[in-house]
Each structure stands twice: as structure tokens, then as C-alpha cells.
Design a protein around this ligand. Sequence first.
Ligand code: PLP
Length: 393
Amino acid sequence: MAAARPMTRTYLDYNATAPIRREARAAVIAAMEATGNPSSVHAEGRAARRIVEDVRGGVASLCGVAARCVTFASGATEAVNAALNPRFGVGPKESPIERLIVAAGEHPCALHGHRFPLSTVEMAPLCPDGRIDLDWLADACGRPGRALLALQGANNETGVVQPVSEAAAIVHAAGGLLFCDAVQLAGRVSFSAAALGADALALSAHKIGGPKGAGALVAANVDLSLGEPLIRGGGQERGARAGTESVASIAGFGAAIRACVADMAEEAPRLLALREHLADHVRGAAPDAVIFGESAPRLPNTLCFAVPGIEAATLMIALDLAGVAVSSGSACSSGKVTPSHVLAAMGVAPDLARGAIRVSVGWASTDRDAEHFAEAFSGAIRRMRAGRAAGAV
Ligand code: PLP
């Protein structure tokens, strides 16, 4: 009997993690051969140190800061957890930050990973288009107590780009500080800490084609070594983050940054065209589909939509069986699928939010991927609607 041909897989979930870029894989493998500990003073140690410092320079130039502003971490979750504490950039003799304002659509690593007493945390509402409500922010900043605002550069579910520099102007005018989770912005849109007005930023390697397990906390305008380190031990990373640096992962992170920066001018319009092509397919097969955040500026690679009456979990499984990997906008925990907190903050009705599907493209995505999606999606919608019509008879 002839062996079944393996099914073609189409990966459209770059916002969850991007496939590793060839350059990053090569850099990881090469760095694995660097035997030394970057803290050792012998030649092997110095060779490992050179790899780490080279990448530090790359991260710094991506963000438009000096190399000394960059602290490596195991990923963005750690970087965000490390940053969001009442001593954020505050010296031991100064008074701590009194309030954390966290935008309602932030990643759970900010919403649940900060180290502020809960009584000092306020949630900044989003407007229906997914952007932070700047009027609310201005009022909140007018209240007593120095505040730190945690605001993403762009949302991982909807791709909505936040008005970070406008928020920073409001927060700074009131004497506060701004922390920006730039995970989804990096590698997709050019930015700098100064243009964003961010006092510190977090980045993650695996979202841009680097390996999982590397990221950075970038302190642009504050001295985060004054704050409370999350991981204590040796004096690595100038005392800001103990533990031997993951040299190979950092090397891959650096190679991915170089590749993204080199490609960005052509990639951004290419991905935007691909996303619009995907959106046309969605509307073609389901004219009643709702695209979330459509009226706001969005990342060129992200499409988040729902088809009324179609559950995301069912559609996602149908697409997966047809060889297409996307994700649902809902968080699934303890077997219970709950509507996305991001869509809830935008005022999307829970019934519609339960249908949210996120399609995100990236460096290896092609027109062929869009065609595969179109075929799988229209087939799935047709079958589901036919099944519902039959059930209704
Ligand atoms: N912030 C955003 C916006 C993300 O999308 C993610 C990843 O899901 C993170 C933070 C966490 O990144 P990491 O996987 O590097 O911990």
C-alpha cells in the first residue's frame, strides 16, 4: 500500500512564536561551541563574553539606546516581571513609585506578573478600537501619587498599535514613568525608546525568529540596577539579573534582530498585503465576519476576527485538521475557554468574542499560505453553517 502523503502544514501563528530564522539557528549552533562562561577571564570566557556584548550592542541599536541599558533575561515575561516593581528606576534613598497603571489589554505577564501591592494598581480602560483611553489616563495622572504606566507597543491578539508616545507625554507631564512591552512591535515596525517616550522596554527573541528563552529588559531613561532584581545571586548583568547568560540563545536573538532589521523595509508592505489578502478571503467566505481593531493602526502582520455564531475552538480545530495553524483569541485555562480579556476590554460582546481567531504572518509566510488558509477556511465555514442549518431543521 502506498504511504499517505504528509499533509502540507501552513503556520500562521507568528504572534505566538515565529519559526526560527536560518541565521538565528546558525548563530545558536555556532555559539554552542563557545565553551567559556562569559564571566571567566580566560580566552574561552572572553570569547563567550564577546558574543554576549555583540548582541547587547544589536539590541541597543534596535531600541536606539546605549549598550549599557540592555539586560538580558530568559524572555519578555521575566523582563516585564523584573521591571514592574515599586522601585522601578528609583534609588534606595528616593521614595518608591506609588501607583501602577496597567492598560487593560496588556499581556498576562504585566497584568499578573508585577510586584506592586494590589491596592496600588489601576486598570486603564481601552477604547472600542483597542487603544488606551487617553482621557481616562490624563484624569488618572492628575490624581496624587507618582505613577508607572505599563503599556504595550502593540497587542498580541488584535495587533492594535498603542499611542505610546501620546501616553508617555501625559504620564511624564505628571512626573510618572512609562514601561513599554515592545514584544510585538519589535522586528515588525521600526521604533526607538526615545520616539516611544518609553523609560524602559521589554523584548523577546522568539517572536522575531530567534530561539525561545531569550529576551531583554531595556532601560532607556532609568537606572533599573537601582531597583529590586527579580533574580539574585552572582553579579551578572551588572547585578541586575543573576545567572550565567544563555550565550547560545542570546547569539540567536542577535542574529534574528539583524535579519529583521535588514528585511524590514520590504517585509512590512509584503506582510500588510498578505494580511489584507487573508482579510479578503475571510470576508469572501463570511461576509458577516467582524475584524477587531480595524479602525485603529495595527501591526501589518496581524488579523483578528470572529464570524458570528461560529465558536473559535471549533473553527481552529477544523483549520488545524486541514493543515492550517492559527490561534484563538480566547484564553483556555483549566479546560474552561474564557473570552479574551483584550476583546472584553474593547467592549466586544462575549458571544462574538468567543469566536475570535487570530491569524498572524511573518518572515516565511507566502501567498501560497494565504491560498491554503482560504481553502481551509471557506471549507470549514461551509461545513459548519451546513451543519447548523441541518440541526435547525
Ligand atoms: N508580551 C507580549 C505582548 C507577548 O505577546 C508575549 C508572548 O506571548 C510576552 C510578553 C511574553 O514573552 P515571552 O514568551 O518571551 O515570555
